[in-house]
Design a protein around this ligand. Structure first.
Ligand code: ZN
Ligand code: FE
Length: 238
């Protein structure tokens, strides 16, 4: 069983989520996308956890800036896509997409979703039905297309759409509020989007992440996942 502990970083201005994850069977732990070290160290101390790995989805500073401090403190290994190694300092384990990464007895498929950046990957713990989407998929919106093309982002999202509806996804930022109004209008105020927004409002009011949401619900509510043709998708990102 994989346990996931979200850690809000750069709160109030970038609202990154890092995640401390633990394979409970073997008590093997990792950190995903450490935007900054301090809040993650606080969470690891609270949980009495020593992460052995630091997993990065992509090279942007707001996902890797905590890497080195955590590597030093915990003697953890930095793990990233081999394609990103030139841009991520001190990387130790280089992943080839399609070759799984094992965390204790848990196992993540590595899915290349080059678009936000070239080399961006997702960590998909298939057995646990947990997906970390970095800056590719957010709640009710998607990441900007900085290095790739709309065609590549459409292909990336289609890879996500082929995953089962009961998979829970954990994004790289708390951007739900940003996507809410557009998603509500796009879906003509459907029951699905009303329920989504009601829960989001309650979660945020309690200071909790909106994540995780199931891919099934996201597919029904996120306009960027609803677009079924490249032409329709391009209208949303142009
Ligand atoms: Zn990014
Ligand atoms: Fe980011």
């Amino acid at each position: 069983m994989l346990q996931v502990y979200p850690v809000l970083c750069r709160a109030g201005y970038m609202d990154n989520y890092a995640y401390v994850i633990v394979d409970e069977t073997t008590e093997t732990a990792a950190v995903i996308d450490p935007s900054e070290a301090a809040p993650i160290i606080a969470k690891c101390t609270e949980l009495n956890i020593t992460p052995q790995f630091i997993l990065n989805t992509h090279h942007h500073f707001d996902h890797v800036d905590g890497n080195q401090e955590l590597k030093q403190k915990y003697a953890a290994k930095i793990v990233c896509n081999a394609a990103d190694a030139p841009r991520i300092a001190e990387a130790d384990i280089l992943l080839a997409p399609e070759t799984p990464f094992n965390l204790g007895q848990a196992s993540a498929e590595i899915i290349d979703v080059s678009a936000h950046t070239i080399g961006h990957i997702l960590y998909y713990f298939k057995t646990d039905k947990i997906l970390f989407t970095g800056d590719t998929l957010f709640n009710l919106c998607i990441g900007g297309i900085f290095e790739g093309t709309p065609e590549q982002m459409f292909a990336a999202l289609n890879k996500i759409k082929t995953l089962p509806d009961d998979v829970l996804f954990y994004p790289g930022h708390e951007y739900t509020s940003g996507g809410a109004m557009f998603a509500f209008q796009y879906n003509h105020g459907s029951e699905d989007i009303k329920n989504y927004l009601d829960r989001a409002r309650r979660r945020l009011a309690e200071g909790l992440p909106v994540a995780p949401v199931s891919l099934g619900e996201e597919k029904r509510c996120n306009p960027y996942l609803e677009a079924t043709t490249l032409q329709d998708f391009k209208k949303l990102v142009d």
